[in-house]
Design a protein around this ligand. Structure first.
Ligand code: AMP
Length: 396
């Protein structure tokens, strides 16, 4: 079956058409600047990437252009919509309502809408994408795959904050976690790749991308994760602060004469390694170059980032009473041997020894610990689209 995977943002939409039997990506692309002017980037398997400007006042036009490209006589990869068996939609927040992917029905749409408050930038955009697809592809089954679902197995002690309990009851304030599709995919794949029994394993997944999070996966189930009510908590990220003393908010608001929205803007967009590096970059390629050429702020940003990752790995090893494997994934985790080396330099006490040569490679499934290392360390490229396609096929 061919599955169309859709990841819809407020003004952009990423898509892949995946053949679920061979797991080949038949075509992929991106619509950008929806509601502003609009452009479509489209690449069929083995073909050239082509970008063209198209007027996209709404997501419905964007999806129509995607369908047109997929069924085009010259560059298309299917003859008609009949060859698309299902659509898998990434949905950011499923709250406590969704612990698994689900086939989309009117009740499901209403429940996703009820979670809008928890992800006001993302869920409404995800819903717009679903509605547009339903309009253009009536009769094609659709599945929602949630970023939060994998983390719903966390125990209460891991998801409750040290806040008045009524806030949880009245406002659903708790840890939810994100990147769940990636943490699920990578933990399963790491167990298989490393020859571990997933149902009897302790795995820590470090999803290190522009947004970054860590999870503790015990016997195949998530028991803790670093992101919280929102994706701002946890690791120091590209532009997000991650954990900090909450009192800093009031202090900075007074010093810089900012309101709550102004402070949140700083924490989300001007902090992280971008802020620590004095705005050098949020991209680790630039930071590594900066550190190598003696830029003290680039070095500070790299060190703050890696130290935080190492602290989380240590705390999850404690919460699971041990760890069998650590898996690095996402843009930084897959590509930066320097970051992996700096993180692992703190973890000798766990009996980890690094295979320096293997750690220099990137972008493929790799074991980067030595044969006698007590904890196996791997690099596992994540593939959220494939994970969404698999979940979708399993449900339809
Ligand atoms: P993601 O959010 O998973 O797409 O990751 C994007 C981030 O990965 C970029 O902002 C870079 O910081 C990082 N990245 C990508 N390629 C490399 C590389 N070759 N070396 C270091 N960092 C990289």
């Amino acid at each position: 079956m061919n599955v169309l995977v859709i990841n819809c943002g407020s003004s952009s939409l990423k898509f892949q058409l995946i053949n679920s039997d061979t797991e080949a990506v038949l075509a992929k692309g991106l619509c950008e600047r929806i509601g502003i002017d609009g452009s479509l980037t489209y690449q069929p398997e083995g073909g050239e990437k082509v970008k063209s400007d198209k007027a996209m006042p709404t997501h419905t036009e964007a999806i129509q252009f995607v369908i047109d490209a997929l069924t085009d006589d010259n560059t298309g990869v299917v003859k008609s919509l009949d060859e698309i068996g299902a659509v898998g939609h990434r949905v950011v927040h499923g709250g406590e309502k969704f612990a698994k992917s689900v086939v989309i029905t009117d009740e499901v749409l209403a429940a996703i809408e009820e979670c809008n408050d928890l992800a006001p930038l993302h869920n409404p955009a995800n819903l717009i994408g679903i509605h547009a697809c339903q309009k253009l592809m009536p009769g094609t089954p659709m599945v929602a795959v949630f970023d939060t679902a994998f983390h719903q197995t966390m125990p209460e002690k891991a998801y409750l904050y040290g806040l008045p309990y009524e806030y949880y009851e009245k406002y659903a304030v708790r840890r939810y976690g994100f990147h769940g599709t990636s943490h699920s995919f990578v933990s399963k794949h790491a167990a298989k790749f490393l020859g571990l029994d997933l149902k009897a394993s302790k795995i820590i997944v470090a999803h290190l991308g522009n947004g970054a999070s860590i999870s503790a996966v015990l016997n195949g189930e998530c028991v803790d994760t670093s992101m919280g009510l929102t994706p701002l908590e946890g690791l120091v990220m590209g532009t997000r602060s991650g954990d900090m003393d909450p009192a800093i908010m009031e202090y900075i608001a007074k010093k810089e004469d900012l309101d709550i929205a102004g402070v949140m803007n700083v924490l989300n967009k001007k902090s992280g390694v971008l802020g620590v590096s004095k705005n050098l970059s949020s991209d680790f390629r630039d930071l590594e170059e900066g550190m190598d050429s003696g830029n003290q702020y680039a070095k500070a940003a790299m060190e703050v980032f890696c130290y935080r990752v190492a602290k989380y790995i240590g705390s999850y090893a404690a919460s699971m009473n041990g760890v069998d494997a650590i898996a690095f994934t996402a843009g930084i985790g897959e590509n930066s041997g320097t970051v992996r080396k700096m993180v692992l330099s703190y973890l000798g006490y766990l009996g980890i020894t690094v295979d320096e040569e293997a750690n220099k490679k990137r972008g493929e499934d790799l074991v980067i610990s030595t044969a006698d290392s007590k904890v196996k360390v791997a690099v596992i490229p994540t593939n959220e689209e494939l994970a969404i396609a698999r979940e979708t096929v399993a449900l339809v």
